[in-house]
Design a protein around this ligand. Structure first.
Ligand SMILES: [Zn+2]
Length: 281
């Protein structure tokens, strides 16, 4: 079973940089890169690191139950799963701030110590974004102002997004900022989408939240496809959805989806996906 703690070690391995984490990189995701690098080397022996990019999108409260229950509202994301892999992942927290800190450090909450918004920026532990940027890769983060503040002057591009009542407008701004980061040449981009979480908390129509989030993802994917860089897109939830009548389940799982873009799609990647689906249905 995979865990959200494995995302940062996987990204570190993709950029061939060291990261202190007890979690193992996800071989299934690394294989998407390795296969494609071999293909690209065959086409172009001069390929260098700047032509490779990772885009990590954390979709707040996107859990396996929501993905399954609203499957028909996620056509774009399902099309990505068909071309990549889907791994159900163990979560590390029922709350956003510690979960995202774990996704970005590869450390459990008790190790990174970031449990509330007030702890953000006080931790001495660098995130994968800061580490990658320190190795000379242009890194971008798109997230709510309070979370973005401590990253200023620590990574190349920080896009603080002002919190607001109209959460779909918020996520639209996130998508625009991702596209700006692509134009600015960022090779590691982290973004956080919040519509599903807000709708779950308020007991609004989850079909609307699912379709909207799916469209935002589709918009970002099309923008990535207008660029040349070989891209691994990684998407995941951060914790189980907080619905009004249910208490969060510590054992909950969230989907992790990884897909190669701007590369020749390999049939091997699709067969991995089929196998995982069989095992986890
Ligand atoms: Zn959350």
């Amino acid at each position: 079973m995979c865990s959200l703690l494995q995302i940062a070690p996987t990204i570190a391995k993709m950029f061939a940089i060291p990261l202190s984490s007890d979690a193992e990189p996800l071989n299934e995701v690394l294989q998407l890169q390795n296969q494609n690098q071999i293909q690209i080397q065959n086409q172009n022996q001069n390929k260098n690191n700047s032509d490779f990019r990772v885009v990590l999108i954390v979709i707040d409260s996107f859990d396996c139950n929501i993905f399954r229950s609203f499957a028909s509202d996620f056509p774009e994301i399902n099309a990505l799963v068909d071309r990549g892999i889907l791994l159900p992942c163990d979560t590390v927290s029922t709350h956003t701030t510690p979960a995202i800190a774990s996704i970005l450090t590869g450390l459990p909450p008790e190790s990174h110590g970031i449990t509330t918004e007030n702890d953000v920026g006080k931790s001495n532990i660098d995130s994968i974004l800061e580490i990658i940027d320190a190795y000379g890769f242009k890194t971008a983060a798109i997230l709510e102002e309070k979370g973005a503040e401590p990253l200023k002057n620590r990574i190349s591009l920080v896009f603080p997004v002002r919190d607001r009542e109209d959460i779909m407008s918020y996520d639209s701004e996130v998508a625009r900022d991702v596209i700006s980061a692509l134009s600015d040449g960022a090779v590691m981009i982290f973004a956080h989408l919040r519509t599903i979480d807000r709708f779950a908390h308020r007991a609004y129509d989850m079909h609307v939240a699912a379709r909207f989030t799916d469209a935002i993802v589709g918009h970002i994917v099309r923008a990535i496809r207008t660029t040349d860089a070989e891209t691994i897109l990684i998407m995941c939830g951060d914790h189980e959805a907080h619905t009004q009548n249910e208490t969060p389940d510590e054992e909950a799982r969230v989907p992790l989806i990884a897909v190669p873009l701007n590369t020749q799609l390999s049939s091997a990647a699709i067969s991995i996906s089929d196998k995982l689906m069989e095992n986890h249905d």
